[in-house]
Design a binder for this molecule. Structure first.
Ligand code: FE
Length: 207
């Protein structure tokens, strides 16, 4: 497991910021500048489309371009930035490669640190007390609950994201995808596979 992080690098959630956001939200709606539906749609886009799709593009390129993959593993932040993905919560992005021998999974044990530029907003379960506590203690059991059973010979590494470093997983390229182009590989890369609680989809399942 990666180093633990100190309380300093994990500021408590800011009640003031949350209240301010809520107040701005209410004002925008009240003034007719934006609808609550539009806000919901935007949040949903970040949760389900924009974020994970960015990461999927990074992974698909790494699967098809060895030089790109080497650079991604050496300096994730720069390489992700080159693709135009940066912004909030993108502090330092470190990509972890899954192999037949090693399976990586990411958590934030203290709050919900997550690489927004590549994965969007974290899913609800990622922020849950149960996931944050248990993935460290019994990763194999938790992964089984996600439907991912790993053989005993596979080493499981749990990485603790924090406000300085946000990890993303580079999942293994699925078998039977040799003939697929970078664009065709993108839909196989799920959000969960980049957190490490699932493998990338096989081509038959994704069609
Ligand atoms: Fe955190």
């Amino acid at each position: 497991m990666s180093r633990n992080h100190s309380g300093e690098r994990h500021p408590e959630p800011q009640p003031y910021a949350a209240l301010r956001t809520k107040a701005i939200d209410s004002l925008l709606v009240e003034k007719g500048l934006i609808s609550t539906d539009a806000i919901d749609a935007r949040v949903q886009a970040y949760e389900q489309d924009i974020g994970p799709l960015n990461g999927a593009k990074v992974v698909a390129r790494a699967w098809t371009d060895a030089e790109f993959k080497a650079r991604l593993l050496a300096d994730g932040t720069s390489v992700v930035g080159e693709m135009g993905f940066f912004g909030a919560q993108g502090a330092e992005i470190v990509a972890l490669e899954n192999t037949p021998e090693v399976h990586n999974v990411v958590v934030c044990t203290l709050c919900s640190c997550y690489p927004w530029p590549v994965l969007g907003l974290p899913p609800r379960w990622y922020k849950s007390d149960a996931f944050r506590a248990r993935i460290v203690i019994e990763p194999r059991a938790v992964l089984r609950e996600f439907g991912l059973t790993l053989g005993d010979s596979i080493e499981v590494r749990v990485w603790d994201s924090n406000s300085d470093i946000r990890y993303m997983v580079l999942p293994e390229r699925p078998k039977g995808t040799d003939g697929l182009s970078e664009e065709e590989l993108v839909p196989l890369v799920t959000r969960d596979s980049m957190i490490g609680v699932a493998k990338a989809e096989s081509p038959t399942r994704a069609v």
